[in-house]
Design a protein around this ligand. Structure first.
Ligand code: AMP
Length: 293
């Protein structure tokens, strides 16, 4: 297979002013602007978003910013994987136009007093375990949207609750852009690709495939007609418990748009799991649509 061509003239913008200038020149020339927000340590999940952005847009900005405000105290902000040079190479090979890589000082110049809080949707699932996380995510995305001014921003279904929260923020605040959500990219065994998989040992990586197996069990049960979510969740927990190293944080089935827990499954639901293996926290989800029953 031939290697994709490297883009030699990719720009690296470290300041808000410089990325604005580059985007504004492209917009004036009529380009449709795409933004892929990331925290770097790019992998095939991120690449799928970049490829979609390159397909749909004329000018693509990838932001690489490990956003301190979305980490809860005691989490892995300091040790979060960083691989800037490799990330740049990946972006060049995928014909990205600009990598926006600001410092935390550039993004949060002084004490930050203005926050974006999306209510309700941020309470269940990860919201219950990472207080303040979605406030940090929504705020940094609002800032990135204001800085870059994209026509479309690309997110992954891997972080399903995040995608719903950002979509709602964009709708509620009348932000003039579209949110595209791309499917979750998985390893051969089903494990959702994640920057945090780097923390796992070989055995733990194997163990972690049980998370997707529990979600597949959920899909199977719904497809075979089971509608009581308690029954399905109990069975998913049984599947997860076959791997002793797993510590379950939550197993939930919620309505796909409102994130409200459902008792009787109908319409589009999101089944989501968060679990720890050792000290590594992993999340995954699937959306199942059972139509209008
Ligand atoms: P992160 O760098 O982890 O903040 O992720 C940046 C974006 O990539 C988010 O929109 C994620 O949902 C998305 N992403 C991460 N992992 C995957 C994956 N395995 N498949 C699809 N999208 C992903």
């Amino acid at each position: 297979m031939s290697q994709p061509e490297r883009r030699l003239d990719m720009e690296i913008a470290k300041t808000i002013e410089s990325v604005r200038k580059l985007v504004s020149a492209a917009s004036s020339a009529g380009a449709r602007i795409g933004l892929v927000p990331t925290m770097g340590a790019l992998h095939i999940g991120h690449i799928s978003l970049i490829e979609e952005a390159v397909k749909k847009c004329d000018f693509v900005v990838v932001s690489i910013f490990v956003n301190p405000t979305q980490f809860v105290p005691g989490e892995d902000f300091q040790k979060y994987p960083r691989s800037f040079d490799a990330d740049l190479e990946i972006c060049r090979q995928r014909s990205v136009d600009v990598v926006f890589a600001p410092t935390a000082r550039e993004m949060y110049k002084a004490e930050n007093l203005t926050w974006v809080n999306v209510e309700k949707l941020t309470e269940p699932l990860c919201g219950g375990f990472r207080p303040g996380h979605f406030r940090g995510v929504a705020t940094v995305c609002a800032k990135l949207f204001n800085i870059v001014g994209p026509d479309i921003a690309f997110f992954g279904q891997k972080d399903g609750q995040q995608a719903v929260v950002i979509r709602r923020m964009v709708a509620d605040l009348n932000m003039p852009l579209e949110i595209a959500v791309c499917p979750t990219v998985r390893e051969a065994g089903g494990l959702a690709v994640s920057s945090r998989n780097e923390y796992l040992t070989k055995q733990q990586r194997k163990d972690a495939t049980i998370i997707y197996k529990s979600l597949e069990k959920c899909r199977e049960m719904i497809e075979s007609g089971v509608r009581d979510s308690k029954t399905i969740i109990a069975e998913m927990r049984n599947v997860l418990r076959t791997v002793p190293s797993i510590q379950i944080e939550y197993v939930s089935i919620v309505e796909a748009e409102t994130m409200e827990a459902v008792e009787h499954i109908r319409g589009r639901v999101l089944a989501a799991v968060a679990a720890r293996i050792g000290s590594t926290r992993l999340i995954d989800n699937i959306v199942v649509d059972c139509g209008k029953e």
